[in-house]
Design a protein around this ligand. Structure first.
Ligand SMILES: Nc1ncnc2c1ncn2[C@@H]1O[C@H](COP(=O)(O)OP(=O)(O)OP(=O)(O)O)[C@@H](O)[C@H]1O
Length: 367
């Protein structure tokens, strides 16, 4: 694969500016769908959503099935229109556009899909050429643009093959090249790696990361795979029943998830799983003679500090380690330890730990 600095977009791509105005701004967006059944009211798919997508970010949208993720993303390229509110893409209110304006916005917002959506009767080259043909770009110019794109996605030697002759990963690479053909500012990805095996997923993610870093292209991705978000997303927004319940940079949200939906999604992905011998004995009452089972989360610069050793040395409080893991989110360390602390000394221990920037959560009590 060629470095992207030689790509045809390099000169025309706006610089990444995290502090600048958002590239996509959802302002009080509500989306209702008309009732489908007799007597049923309208269905509210999105309710008063405010969300700013930073220019140059990779933002993951997560949420349960039916939470409104696809609807949110389809508003960005005008495939859906908000019932109320505004969706502003690079300064343009998409909902206010006529057909001509929508065609223009769709050139600046590319999209890739779970099932690739390639035309089976066209070669890889023909699929990538399609959006340029629709835009009326002359054939000679199309050729000049497509060859570096196929090179970029590592498919120069597959350009004359049809989708049926390509692997899933190769088809998604064609999808990415096609989405990049019109030199978009934003790339929407709707479960683009869900149909791929783990190794191919890694390769496609690496390509998205490279495109993001080298072209400054903002990526807005829907996924149910938390590993994907943890690995490549700089920011994350959690949707629950049509509302944003949590958002921020991925490290902050994933290391200290505040909402129950986020916690449920992260179960088993970050942190530790308690061994059965602990969970089977755990009780909710803090009765005498029991120890508290405390989850201690180490983040940022404290992630590798020996705080619990200091607890023993400075306060003479010993802890019993039950489970632990050191993990990585967006390339930064993140540690979780589950420890048993004598109930009688729980409060001083908690104050000591929290004063050093760590978080404590009492999960229950054991004898
Ligand atoms: N055109 C439509 N007409 C009626 N209801 C719709 C329409 N499109 C979506 N919905 C409803 O809006 C809700 C949100 O749908 P959406 O596809 O955005 O969810 P999602 O979070 O992407 O779900 P999934 O993860 O299952 O794809 C769902 O309950 C869905 O049935």
């Amino acid at each position: 694969m060629q470095p992207l600095s030689t790509s045809p977009h390099a000169a025309s791509t706006p610089a990444t500016d995290p502090a600048g105005p958002p590239i996509v701004d959802f302002q009080s967006v509500t989306k209702r769908f008309p009732a489908t059944g007799e007597g049923a009211g309208d269905f509210v798919a999105l309710s008063d959503v405010d969300l700013s997508i930073r220019r140059g970010s990779i933002t993951g949208i997560i949420g349960r099935s039916g939470a409104g993720k696809s609807t949110l993303v389809r508003l960005v390229n005008g495939l859906e229109r908000p019932t109320s509110g505004r969706v502003v893409v690079d300064g343009t209110d998409v909902a206010a556009l006529d057909e001509k304006g929508l065609r223009a916005i769709r050139r600046s917002v590319g999209m890739i899909f779970q099932h690739f959506n390639l035309l089976s009767a066209r070669t890889a080259y023909g699929n990538v050429a399609l959006p340029l043909e629709i835009a009326g770009v002359p054939a000679g110019e199309i050729r000049k643009r497509i060859l570096p794109l196929l090179d970029l996605v590592g498919l120069s030697d597959r350009s004359s093959l049809y989708p049926a002759q390509l692997s899933g990963g190769q088809k998604q690479r064609v999808g990415i090249a096609r989405a990049l053909a019109t030199e978009p500012k934003v790339l929407l990805s709707d479960e683009a790696t869900s149909a791929l095996d783990p190794e191919t997923t890694r390769q496609v993610l690496a390509l998205l990361k490279q495109v993001n870093a080298d072209l400054g292209l903002t990526v807005l991705l829907i996924t149910h795979e938390m590993q994907v978000v943890r690995e490549i997303a700089s920011h994350v927004a959690v949707l629950d029943k049509g509302s944003i319940v949590e958002e921020g940079d991925t490290y902050s949200v994933f290391s200290r998830p505040a909402h129950e939906t986020t916690r449920a999604f992260l179960e088993g992905v970050t942190g530790v799983r308690l061994p059965a011998f602990v969970t089977s004995r755990m009780e909710s009452e803090a009765a005498a003679g029991r120890s508290a089972v405390v989850k201690v989360v180490f983040t940022g610069p404290t992630a590798t500090d020996p705080v619990l050793a200091h607890l023993g040395r400075d306060l003479g409080i010993d802890v019993n380690i039950l489970a632990g893991a050191v993990d990585e989110i967006s390339g930064k360390p993140f540690g979780t330890l589950v420890v048993a602390i004598d109930r009688e000394v729980l409060e001083p221990a908690r104050r000591f730990i929290e004063a050093r920037g760590l978080t404590c959560e009492v999960m229950g009590y054991v004898r």
